[in-house]
Design a protein around this ligand. Structure first.
Ligand code: ADP
Length: 475
């Protein structure tokens, strides 16, 4: 189909239709794009069986074949870049230029793992006596199930499915009910690229809990990978305990973004604009708590205020748009509650709080934020710059680390000693120094503390789908 809009789950290389349907809505217009099939129990079981069968067939493939198949998938995604980007803006709302960027970023994972497929080396271990030879090698874990969120509907899928296929695992994906269309299109293109039938199944469902339970309860599923909120991640992790599945969890963050007084302020502002307002602030690595050293606070605020006022908030398809709608009206309600709570507790608002209607949220700055405000502790997931002044390095390090999360952190400094000290002291899995956009298919993405388990991207991302087998031979 030329617009790549499909309305059913995809199992064993075929569309799977059900009579119960639900609407996928465009967050900008709040109109329905299409009614999609809601998967039934039979469909989930069919996908598990298909993935099991595909895993047996994948065992007969080699790394070079899988690499070539992934490369064909990559080429198809790039060939359909414009169509996929338009589909993403329609179902997710982000500006078209950002959707185009996400297709490149998401396709980047496919290309990277097409290359890494050929590099899952084992070890030859020096023996401890003359009568033994010791080696270890890597094998695919088996059937993988994954659940993905709505904020990056392509990249969150490819960064899981591509390394799984590279390793020789089959995959059952339940994408977010808000953005299933990109996921189905990706599975369709993977099939066209020659994926083993049943190696990439997509289950579209409005009942995430039920599908999640079936997948986590299954003995056939050997690995579970999730990207989403910490609360749901904890629940799924406990569900995986009964069958001791390998797990990867990419959960929530509460990223500090620190501007020290010796920073290049103009660079810091550019980095902050990118780290805060990309995807309307709806990213787990979005700058959430902006710490600004007190003696440069006024300068930063004076320079950033007009830039924020100039951001164009509109339908992602409009020319020159910077900020699309939030994913649904409830998301906007939550952002407004956080703003209100902060203002009630003494924070100051800079910016236009006029209601733009629908799920559109004006970008604003809130200064004088303190630790007793909800906005300090929660992921804002909206275009709100939350500013906390600080006086010295020790104070800002203590504040930055004093949260249960540890995904991304950013800081701007031109002092080399401070750069080393601070990057070592921040308890986060990823650090951006004088840079506000750090995600990259070639680098390990992931968090510490309650931000998750495991890494996606880089050579590390392939290991998440591999078991290590030790072989001891007596000679
Ligand atoms: P967000 O707030 O970003 O939507 P969620 O963690 O609620 O984050 O959702 C991420 C993904 O998890 C989505 O695909 C959603 O359908 C799924 N999900 C939500 N609740 C559950 C659950 N109880 N069990 C399994 N999956 C769930």
């Amino acid at each position: 189909m030329s617009n790549l809009i499909f309305s059913d789950s995809f199992i064993n290389g075929e569309f799977y239709k059900t009579d119960t349907r639900f609407s996928v809505d465009d967050p900008a217009t709040e109109k329905s794009i299409v009614n999609v099939s809601d998967i039934d129990e039979q469909g989930v079981n069919k996908a598990i069986t298909a993935a099991q069968g595909a895993f047996s067939k994948l065992k007969a493939t080699n790394a070079t074949e899988r690499s070539e198949t992934l490369m064909r998938w990559y080429e198809l995604v790039i060939k359909h870049k414009q169509t996929l980007a338009e589909l993403m803006t329609k179902e997710q709302g982000k500006p078209l230029k950002e959707s185009l960027g996400e297709i490149d970023y998401g396709a980047g994972f496919i290309k990277w793992y097409a290359e890494e497929a050929k590099r899952s080396y084992g070890d030859v271990i020096p023996a401890t006596d003359n009568n033994h030879r010791l080696t270890s090698f890597k094998q695919p874990i088996g059937v993988v199930a994954g659940i993905t969120p709505w904020n990056f509907p392509v990249a969150m899928v490819t960064r899981k499915v591509a390394p799984a296929y590279a390793a020789g695992c089959s995959f059952i994906l339940k994408p977010s009910e808000h953005t299933p269309l990109c996921a189905i299109a990706l599975a369709y293109l993977a099939d066209q690229a020659g994926f083993v039938k049943g190696a990439f199944n997509v289950l579209v469902s409005q009942n995430a809990k039920k599908v999640g339970e079936m997948l986590t309860d299954s003995e056939v599923v050997r690995k579970f990978t999730f990207t989403g909120s910490t609360g749901v991640g904890k629940q799924l992790l406990s569900q995986c305990a009964s069958t001791i599945k390998r797990t990867s969890m990419e959960l929530g963050g509460n990223a500090p973004f620190i501007i020290f007084d010796n920073a290049d302020i103009n660079d810091a502002i550019d980095g902050l604009m990118a780290a805060k307002f990309r995807n309307s602030g709806q990213a787990c690595v979005a700058a959430n708590r902006i710490f600004i050293q007190r003696n440069v606070l006024n300068e930063v605020l004076e320079k950033i205020t007009p830039k924020i006022a100039a951001l164009k908030v509109a339908n992602g398809f409009e020319e020159g748009v910077d900020i699309g709608p939030l994913i649904y009206p409830k998301a906007k309600e939550k952002v407004q509650q956080l703003i209100q709570d902060a203002l009630n507790k003494g924070a100051t608002l800079i910016g236009d709080q006029r209601d733009l209607g629908g799920s559109f949220q004006n970008p604003v700055i809130i200064t004088n934020v303190t630790t007793h405000m909800d906005i300090y502790h929660q992921e804002v997931f909206g275009p709100v710059l939350t500013v906390i002044p600080f006086d010295n390095e020790a104070e800002v390090l203590a504040l930055s680390n004093d949260v249960p999360y540890g995904l991304a952190a950013y800081f701007y400094s031109q002092n080399i000693k401070q750069i080393h000290r601070v990057s070592e002291a921040l308890e986060f899995g990823m650090i951006g120094i004088n840079e506000g956009v750090i995600s990259n298919p070639v680098a390990p993405f992931g968090g510490v503390k309650q931000s998750g388990l495991g890494r996606e991207g880089g050579h590390q991302g392939l290991n998440e789908y591999l078991e290590e087998k030790y072989v001891c031979i007596r000679i």
